[in-house]
Design a protein around this ligand. Structure first.
Ligand code: C2O
Ligand code: CU
Ligand code: CU
Length: 489
């Protein structure tokens, strides 16, 4: 068990920034680096040519060993330089030199073991978001892999149904910058329930990581805590505004929002149908036909688009409709362009029933959580009035308990979302209305909360005992303190 003292030491060694009371100060850390770069000007996102580069697919990682029960992988965290904006080179913190990181394909009830070697200059902690894992493999904020060659082996039992998971850095107070600089990857967990459905598969099943970023004209990323207003370059699979060539048939897109703070409301330029089939914790009970798919930071959406309605030669944009008053639709309103370049046979279909969810159970404990941040610059962020303290247990949970958590965003301007480690939960109510249809009927691990909103969640805490975090998944907010510990014992 790593204590607060050793965790701080590891952090301090890499950043040399300690504030009063021994708190790591990521804001200082981030801005302290900026003067060296001040010579290069800010890159103007409006000036970047849209849809000029092809969207790459992240590499699928191969295990170095497969036994009867387990697949073994190795990954190395290292610096790498990539072309994100055409013609510019961007230094990144990566898994294995890829951006976004590689894809792991896992199966329920078959273990995955990953040895991570940290060759970065900063400590890290690798968290598998949405996974049901023992505490020592959860990648908790204080369980750091030292920089400069430190290693840690994570064991993922995969004792949960299929789900679209993702992994990212979670080092205390540094996750926000580490993730911004590239430390994310995709983890697709499948099972027989999912596999036997006739959904689009193989090359027609495409993972896409969406996020925003901010650059200098020399290609370097600019990270400064809370500067979401300047992060206006939209990336799909690590490229700024790419295009993707498709056949005129159905595709399945597994979307992950890896942004720091950006919410996406995705729709096609002609507002035609998107079929959302899944969410954080796997397939929905039934497909949800809509013209807008919403994902807040950390959330996933599994979406089928049928391009057979477009003749070959059609070009159609995927757009973002969540545009702030200070933003331009010609910039952050654009995401990705599909080009229908060929025909292809299509034997896939989307069944009207996709899965049966596990029984809800009867809740015996009710709790309330208030999420709030200081909206003036330089402030803190709180859950139930407290900023995160890794040594404080905020919520004591009896092993096996089923609980209802009512979570409220009491900010007037700032949106939040709420993410719990260890469990997939259910959304019972949103703003007093029962959730009976749509994308929140599935298993969730992250829910958005616009200002003033309230959600009622139900979770059962079983499988592992230990201390896990819950937090706002707008990374800057989490790093500002909007995080807390729950202990299941
Ligand atoms: Cu995406 Cu605490 O996690
Ligand atoms: Cu998580
Ligand atoms: Cu928040």
């Amino acid at each position: 068990m790593i204590t607060r003292r050793t965790a701080l030491k590891a952090g301090v060694a890499a950043t040399s920034v300690v504030g009063t009371g021994g708190m790591l100060l990521p804001v200082v850390n981030a801005t302290a680096k900026e003067p060296a770069r001040a010579a290069a000007a800010e890159l103007d996102a409006a000036g970047i040519t849209k849809f000029a580069q092809k969207m790459p697919l992240p590499p699928v990682l191969t295990p170095y060993l497969n036994t009867g029960s387990t697949s073994y992988y190795r990954m190395t965290l290292k610096e790498a330089t990539k072309e994100i904006v055409p013609g510019l080179r961007t230094p990144l913190r990566t898994f294995n030199g890829s951006f976004p990181g590689p894809v792991i394909k896992a199966e329920s009830n078959r273990r995955v073991v990953i040895k991570q070697t940290n060759n970065l200059a900063v400590p890290t902690s690798i968290h598998l978001h949405g996974a049901h894992v023992p505490q020592d493999s959860d990648g908790s904020p204080m369980d750091l892999i030292p920089s400069g060659g430190g290693t840690k082996t994570y064991t993922y039992p995969n004792t949960q149904p299929h789900a679209n998971l993702w992994f990212h850095d979670h080092a205390h107070h540094m996750e926000s910058e580490n993730v911004f600089r590239g430390m994310t990857g995709t983890y697709i967990l499948t099972d027989d329930v999912e596999r036997r459905l006739p959904l689009p598969a193989g090359q027609y099943d495409v993972p896409i990581s969406l996020r925003d970023a901010r650059f200098l004209e020399n290609g370097e990323l600019v990270y400064a805590m809370g500067d979401f207003m300047k992060r206006n370059v939209i990336l799909a699979n690590g490229r700024a505004w790419p295009y993707f060539e498709v056949a005129s048939r159905k595709y399945r897109f597994r979307l992950t929002n890896t942004s720091n703070q950006r919410f996406f409301d995705l729709s096609l330029a002609d507002d035609s149908e998107l079929v959302q089939i899944g969410t954080d914790g796997g397939l929905l009970p039934a497909p949800y036909r809509t013209n807008v798919v919403k994902i807040s930071p950390g959330e996933r959406a599994d979406v089928v688009i049928d391009f057979s309605r477009y003749p070959v030669g059609t070009v159609i944009e995927l757009r973002n409709k969540d545009i702030a008053p200070f933003e331009s639709a010609d910039v952050v309103g654009k995401v990705l362009q599909f080009r229908v370049t060929r025909t292809a046979p299509d034997h896939s279909s989307v069944p009207e029933r996709l899965r049966t969810l596990p029984a809800l159970g009867t809740a015996t404990v009710n709790r309330e959580f208030d999420m709030r941040m200081d909206e003036a610059p330089g402030g803190s962020a709180y859950i139930n009035g407290k900023t995160y303290d890794m040594d404080r247990i905020d919520t004591e949970i009896a092993y096996g308990a089923t609980e209802i958590w009512t979570v409220h965003n009491s900010n007037k301007i700032a949106p939040h979302n709420f993410h719990m480690h260890l469990v997939q939960f259910r959304v019972l109510e949103r703003n007093g209305q029962p959730v009976t249809s749509g994308p929140e009927t599935g298993l969730k691990d992250t829910v958005p909360l616009k200002p003033g909103e309230t959600v009622k969640l139900q979770a059962t805490f079983t499988g592992y005992r230990g201390t896990y975090v819950y937090h706002c998944h707008l990374f800057d907010h989490g790093a500002m303190g909007m995080m807390a510990n729950m202990r299941i014992s």
